[in-house]
Design a protein around this ligand. Structure first.
Ligand code: PDD
Length: 283
């Protein structure tokens, strides 16, 4: 059985419990991070933990233990579960308090972690590419904070599945913001990569940062700016990035075939480069 971590204890998942008064449960008052595990190593974990710290600061949410201590527990959890490939999820909430909208005066934050086995390197969607549909972006204005307020993302994903596709791209004021749980990119005919600039409308993806660096190292041009669906429909390629997908090609947007409906070579190359970097990492 899977071993999880709850507030200082390693417990089998059936014994891992949180109070019904936890503000994560009552108000979605919490933050999270997801890091990927390959060959038992946690990929790009330091920037994920730094982003956790930033999310906490933005919400005036005290972290219960230091980032070093969190990292140590993550490593223990990966070991205890013999996880070779998958993800490690961690969540911090403002903890239990009698129900009141304002923050409690005394805060005892909750910290939980669990692992998930997942096919990352040989994911079917990486080979085949995915199809997406656009939906209005109805999330709040602080999508730069990685909060556990994920109801709209869940609705979005279900909308995609009900439409027979894998994911959605969200659109605000006529421009694509990001995917349901990933950053979105298009490629022009002359191989310029376009992705929305960092701001409060999107999550500043850790994978995004690295993919843009790897692309620059390949001499590729990058434009960080908003793009429209119309531009996306006519793109040479499209793709998404996140910790658990790395790079997945997008081959269809709202029924418009991208790159002849085949995964694009640039997306494939960036995925290979990312995997090389991940395999070589020491974490
Ligand atoms: N999602 N945008 C959103 C809205 C996300 O939820 C994610 C990550 C990303 C990509 O960020 P990163 O490259 O740091 O994973 C962008 C994670 C994987 C999740 O919620 O499962």
């Amino acid at each position: 059985m899977r071993i999880t971590y709850v507030n200082g204890e390693f417990l089998p998942e059936t014994e891992a419990k949180i109070s019904i008064f936890d503000r994560g449960f009552l108000f979605a008052d919490g933050i999270y991070e997801v890091s990927t595990v390959i060959n038992g190593k946690i990929i790009e974990n330091t920037p994920h933990l730094k982003r956790l710290e930033r999310s906490a600061r933005e919400l005036k949410l005290p972290l219960p233990i230091s980032l070093d201590e969190i990292e140590d527990i993550q490593h223990q959890l990966v070991k205890k579960n013999n996880l070779t490939e998958g993800a490690i999820y961690l969540q911090v909430t403002r903890g239990p308090a009698d129900r009141d909208f304002a923050f409690p005066k005394q805060v005892t934050p909750s910290l939980i972690m669990f692992t998930q086995e997942k096919e990352i390197i040989n994911a079917v969607n990486a080979t085949n590419g995915i199809e997406v549909i656009s939906i209005p972006d109805l999330r709040w204005d602080r999508c730069d904070i990685k909060t556990i307020q994920l109801l709209y993302a869940s609705i979005a994903k279900q909308t995609a599945i009900d439409a027979g596709v894998q994911d959605t791209w969200m659109v605000a004021d006529g421009f694509v913001t990001e995917g349901t749980s990933n950053n979105a990119y298009i490629v022009t005919d002359d191989d310029v990569i376009i992705t929305r600039q960092i701001g409060s409308e999107i999550l500043s993806g850790i994978t995004r940062e690295t993919i843009l660096r790897l692309a620059k190292e390949q001499g590729l041009k990058i434009e960080e700016r908003p793009f429209t669906l119309e531009e996306a429909y006519h793109a040479k390629e499209a793709f998404v990035t996140s910790a658990t997908t790395f790079v997945w090609p997008v081959k269809n947007i709202d029924g418009h075939q991208i790159g002849g409906g085949q995964p694009g070579p640039l997306a494939r190359r960036l995925r290979e480069l990312y995997i090389e970097m991940a395999m070589a990492s020491e974490a």
